[in-house]
Design a protein around this ligand. Structure first.
Ligand code: GUN
Length: 362
């Protein structure tokens, strides 16, 4: 039971400031006492992604940054469902028009329970929208050459439009050479160095944007959070989430800081942010005292913590202490039901975009 003095988060053994041990691999809203951030009405983005085109269909309330005492919930589950419904409609149209359905190939090496769950969820989501999924499961002790052989086969297979190698890979494998082997045209994870490089450069566009950071941005856009000129802090600098999230915020004209395990004063820096994306993989790290009143907080973390009251013996919490931060922020994503469902929706969106590009289907 949470005490009224001590927050639940303060009792978490993992809620330590430094070092960040683990690498992430992984309504009734009242507009009270609005502070300086103006509202932007939902409107189409300039991105070519299928997901961003759904923007105009979204029926979500804009977020004003306020000093109200309870944050608006940013409902990733609901937004992801809207996006998936739209993708299913587009795939049906494409099949009718040109007889092609998008195909996604997933390569899983080893038997990590979390990776198996992610891959199973991706497969289910593909089936639900009409994407054909191809799966390869390789044992932990497979060689890098075996993985490369499967990638090469999928690169050459015209029925496959997206290739995803589930991370992390076993330690004996060279992640870099494996990700480099994925055809840039089928790199639906957006992890190929050419795609990341284009994301980092002004005036260049990647063919694909990594799914989790893209999902974070989609939530900000759909909830009409103004980004241009705002201060944003990304907590965590993983290749999968933190680094590309920072690049995307910068592309959207935010002034960004990245807080990481060597940052001297993470709390003070984060407290300056209008927008916080927490992606560090440490349960409840970001406390209420880290947050500027009225900030918008996107929590990417999915951390299991012991909970004897749960039938499974554990429950999932984010990198953000929801109990404290929801009283200070103007809007916040929950865990679960926030960024998680958006990651899968963005993967489906990238796969559909890839199939359309390859078959020149508008
Ligand atoms: N492992 C954790 N997140 C991801 C992801 O977005 N893509 C891949 N390929 N592996 C992951």
């Amino acid at each position: 039971m949470a005490s009224s003095i001590l927050s639940d988060c303060s009792s978490s053994a993992t809620a330590r400031l430094l070092p960040f041990h683990r690498k992430l691999h992984t309504q009734d809203f009242r507009f009270h006492r609005s502070v300086s951030i103006p509202l932007r009405p939902p409107s189409p983005t300039s991105s070519r992604s299928a997901a961003s085109r759904f923007w105009s269909l979204s029926a979500v309330t804009p977020v004003a940054m306020t000093t109200d005492t309870s944050a608006k919930l940013i409902d990733g589950k609901m937004v992801a469902k809207q996006i998936k419904d739209e993708i299913a409609g587009e795939i049906a149209k494409m099949k009718d028009a040109i007889g092609i359905v998008p195909g996604l190939a997933v390569i899983l090496v080893g038997a990590r329970k979390d990776s198996q769950t992610y891959v199973r969820n991706k497969k289910k989501a593909c089936e639900a929208v009409g994407i054909k999924s191809y799966e390869v499961h390789l044992p932990e002790d497979s060689t890098e050459e075996e993985v490369l052989k499967h990638i090469s086969g999928f690169n050459d297979d015209p029925s496959v439009h997206g290739i995803l190698v589930q991370l992390p890979l076993p330690r004996h494998m060279n992640e870099q050479s494996i990700l480099n082997a994925v055809s840039i045209e089928k790199d639906v994870d957006g992890f190929h160095p050419l795609n990341i490089g284009r994301l980092a450069m002004q005036g260049r566009e990647p063919l694909f944007v990594p799914c989790t950071p893209k999902g974070c941005m989609e939530l900000l856009h759909r909830y009409a959070v103004d980004i241009k000129g705002k201060r944003a802090v990304v907590v965590g600098r993983s290749n999968i989430v933190g680094m590309p999230a920072a690049l995307l915020l910068q592309k959207a004209n935010a002034t960004i800081s990245i807080v990481h395990s060597y940052t001297k004063n993470p709390e003070e820096i984060t407290r300056q942010a209008d927008i916080v994306i927490a992606a560090v993989g440490v349960a409840n790290l970001v406390r209420g005292s880290w947050i500027k009143p009225g900030a918008v907080v996107i929590d990417v973390g999915i951390n299991p913590i012991d909970d004897p009251e749960s039938p499974r013996g554990y429950r999932l919490v984010g990198d953000v202490c929801y109990e404290e931060v929801s009283k200070i922020a103007s809007a916040i994503t929950p865990v679960p039901g926030g960024v998680g469902p958006m990651t899968i929706a963005m993967l489906l969106s990238n796969t559909l975009d890839s199939a359309k590009r390859i078959h020149n289907f508008k």
